[in-house]
Design a binder for this molecule. Structure first.
Ligand SMILES: [Zn+2]
Ligand SMILES: [Zn+2]
Length: 156
């Protein structure tokens, strides 16, 4: 099935936090892009869902200015969420369940990347006051979503 690709080149993707103290550069290709509706994302970002782009720790170059750092919060037994210590922008996700991967908040990446969002994950946890109406498939259960993460080829 053909993928709807917005950008096919090998140019890196750039992004930053709200204050600009934390900048990053992602080397394509990315591994996925999806809307995550899980409770952890809701609480962490103060939002109905978070759109994540899958990449890898060795493909994301993070540069931090002297007045800030990437602070990691242990958001669950398995996972950590990285945010700018200066402005609080929630930027990154990593987990012992997908070692080596680094997920980046899509909204912080400037411009187009090599893919559009592909689906809604953990849609069973979606808050009732936010309804996603689009053509994308909704993966309902936690087990299904975790199984999908495990299918993602491990980089390189
Ligand atoms: Zn910042
Ligand atoms: Zn989530």
């Amino acid at each position: 099935m053909p993928k709807q690709a917005a950008k096919q080149d090998t140019e890196p993707y750039y992004g930053q936090c709200q204050c600009g103290a934390v900048k990053f550069c992602i080397t394509p290709p990315t591994s996925f892009c999806s809307h995550c509706h899980c409770y952890y994302c809701q609480q962490s970002h103060g939002a109905a869902f978070v759109t994540w782009v899958g990449s890898y720790e060795d493909k994301v170059d993070i540069q931090v200015s002297t007045n800030a750092k990437v602070q990691w919060y242990q958001s669950s037994e398995f996972s950590q969420r990285g945010f700018c210590s200066n402005c609080g922008s929630r930027m990154f996700f990593k987990s012992s369940m997908c070692l080596g991967e680094l997920h980046v908040a899509r909204a912080l990446i400037a411009g187009d990347i090599d893919r559009q969002p592909e689906q809604h994950d953990f849609y069973d946890q979606n808050p009732k006051w936010s309804i996603a109406k689009d053509h994308l498939p909704a993966v309902m259960t936690t087990d299904e979503a975790l199984a999908r993460y495990k299918q993602i080829p491990n980089g390189k």
